[in-house]
Write a protein that binds this ligand. Structure first.
Ligand SMILES: O=P(O)(O)OC[C@H]1O[C@H](O[C@H]2O[C@H](CO)[C@@H](O)[C@H](O)[C@H]2O)[C@H](O)[C@@H](O)[C@@H]1O
Ligand SMILES: O=c1ccn([C@@H]2O[C@H](COP(=O)(O)OP(=O)(O)O)[C@@H](O)[C@H]2O)c(=O)[nH]1
Length: 534
């Protein structure tokens, strides 16, 4: 595999295409003799990027998931994996602290209070620099780097400072909050500046992209019209190396154009359908129902045990329906998978206690010897078991209070090749922008949630099929391969071709500027559309 030799300090690495994410897409496996090794984990992102990776001989930079682990770069399934070490202190301060106890609650509309600690921020900067240095070291001249998610928001700028020759993309998998919330962050300007190092910044929803552009206008005063933001040039080198994104505005001032736009992520829909059609998985789905005592209706929730997922609201609605006798424990069972997550962060420990107390109470109050109201599973399951659960479930409950996308909703739809099953979907999950024929709910409205659960339970077959067909079409058409290809296309397309109408712009180097002009009315219309999408 290509490697950079530190003794000769090459200016450029050899990889034309590099993905950078907090975690590498690998699982640690230990063989019979106790020897550890890594196996590529079959996530959607890997599936989507595998063909691009192979074609471009790409590399993936990230953490292996274990503290103080620094294996040599290795190759797996045609992907070069470049580990970045994180010490126990880094994990505590950068990952559990700043990423998951500051940014995560802040970006999810302060459902839980974010904690602001200068020590966490300082480590976030140090660790981001480590990821940026590694990516800078291995990227080929003029290559493309795609940075993933909120843990690494400073990487784009850090990378550009070292390597202005690179084309840099960033995708934010979680929401970007409204300015009134975002502005709490003591380091709000540094984060925005970090992100603006990218050429294209992708968000899950149009509303997220709008929130980001407004934050840029408020904090930095840069022009942000439509999906294009003008960023003043800082380095001469940028002008030569990023020609297709350089433009002039106002008094012949040079700017670099940055696109901030929605690219809703998806799943490898075909692979879910393939699994769902397998006889052994269908047999497992029947076995699951039998194991539950063959209730007339099986409801399902699948979430990381996270306060953003609205598990408590779902349990409250379900418990009240049992309490008022509208549903009967003999007829309806709720299976709740709550996979362990971020277990050292106190908000997550507290949530686990609350949820498990509630489940225990509901089961104690309404369960019978032969029927349990809630089958609660604090485990993570492999994909085959997930699909069996999706097939076994008459009703899928996704009641997130705020969620970037929620892939579970899309996986349920992709698995239901029988055009059956009802999806109850929170309007606060990114998926609700696309899955318009789901039963959409506001999870804070417990009465509304109860009504939706009852409606789902008794929905006629023809209506279930009509709604499911429309959602399946959407998920099949907009799968994860489309997501990655549309993002990468945006990254290599001049910004004016992406979003804005053509107009007569100023001249640069004797040629037409790449920066088109839009009228005030067009800018206002774009703002209105963004507000409406929210
Ligand atoms: O790595 P962890 O701390 O264990 O957390 C798991 C991942 O959770 C987040 O997922 C988000 O991305 C999904 C795909 O785009 C999206 O559907 C979901 O709504 C988001 O919450 C997180 O963004 C990842 O970085 C974590 O690895
Ligand atoms: O026991 C489990 C629970 C969840 N998942 C997967 O974890 C992902 C969860 O993604 P989502 O976007 O719904 O939420 P996130 O956890 O990323 O916030 C989905 O692909 C699920 O199939 C899984 O493989 N096993």
């Amino acid at each position: 595999m290509p490697s950079s030799d530190s003794t000769s300090s090459p200016r450029f690495g050899e990889f034309e295409f590099v993905v950078v994410s907090n975690r590498l897409p690998v699982d640690r496996v230990v063989d019979a003799d106790g020897n550890p090794s890594f196996r590529t984990s079959p996530g959607g992102l890997v599936t989507a990027l595998e063909p691009v990776m192979r074609e471009a001989d790409g590399a993936w930079v990230g953490w292996t998931g274990s503290p103080d682990d620094e294996p040599e770069p290795f190759e797996n399934d045609g992907i070069h994996l470049i580990p970045v070490p994180l010490s126990s202190d880094d994990i505590e301060l950068y990952y559990e602290g700043f990423s998951n106890d500051t940014l995560w609650p802040l970006y999810h509309d302060v459902i839980a209070p974010p904690a602001y600690h200068r020590e966490w921020w300082e480590r976030y900067v140090i660790v981001n620099q480590r990821f940026a240095d590694r990516a800078a070291e291995i990227s080929a001249e003029g290559g493309t780097v795609w940075v993933q998610d909120y843990q690494l928001q400073l990487v784009p700028r850090m990378l550009r400072e070292q390597r202005p020759d690179l084309t840099i993309g960033f995708f934010n998998h979680i929401p970007f909050p409204a300015y009134g919330i975002y502005s709490q962050l003591p380091w709000r300007t540094q984060i925005i500046e970090g992100l603006l190092g990218a050429d294209v910044i992708g968000f899950q929803r149009t509303a997220d992209a709008g929130n980001f552009s407004r934050a840029v206008r408020r904090l930095l005063g840069y022009q942000a019209r439509g999906t294009v933001i003008d960023v003043p040039i800082e380095q001469e080198a940028e002008v030569a190396s990023a020609k297709h994104r350089i433009s002039t505005v106002g008094d012949n001032k040079l700017v670099r154009t940055v696109v901030a736009k929605a690219f809703p992520i998806s799943i490898d829909a075909a692979s879910y359908e393939e699994l769902a059609r397998r006889p052994d998985i269908q047999a497992r789905a029947r076995e699951i129902r039998e194991g539950l005592g063959n209730p007339a209706v099986v409801m399902l929730g699948v979430d990381r045990l996270d306060y953003t997922k609205g598990i408590g609201h779902r349990l409250k609605a379900f418990g009240e329906l049992l309490a008022d006798g509208t549903i009967d424990v003999e007829d309806v069972t709720l299976v709740q998978v709550a996979s362990p997550s971020r277990e050292r962060v106190s908000a997550y420990q507290q949530l686990r206690d609350e949820i498990e107390l509630t489940v225990g109470r509901i089961n104690g109050d309404y369960g019978t010897i032969s029927h349990t109201a809630i089958s609660y599973l604090h485990h993570g399951y492999p994909r085959e078991e997930m699909v069996a659960l999706y097939l076994a479930a008459d009703v899928m409950l996704v009641t997130a209070l705020r969620d970037g996308m929620n892939l579970v909703a899309k996986e349920y739809v992709a698995s239901r090749f029988d055009n059956d099953g009802v999806l109850v979907l929170s309007e606060f999950a990114g998926a609700s922008d696309e899955l318009r024929t789901a039963l959409r709910v506001n999870p804070h409205d417990i009465e509304g949630l109860k009504e939706a659960i009852l409606k789902a339970k008794s929905m006629p077959r023809s209506e279930r099929a009509r709604r499911m067909r429309a959602m399946r079409k959407r998920v099949q058409e907009n799968d994860v391969a489309r997501w990655s290809s549309s993002f990468l296309k945006a990254l290599t397309t001049p910004s004016h071709d992406l979003a804005l109408p053509k107009a007569n712009g100023p001249q640069i180097n004797g040629s037409q500027s790449t920066r088109p002009q839009i009228t005030r009315a067009e800018a206002r219309a774009e703002e209105r559309a963004t507000e409406e999408a929210r």
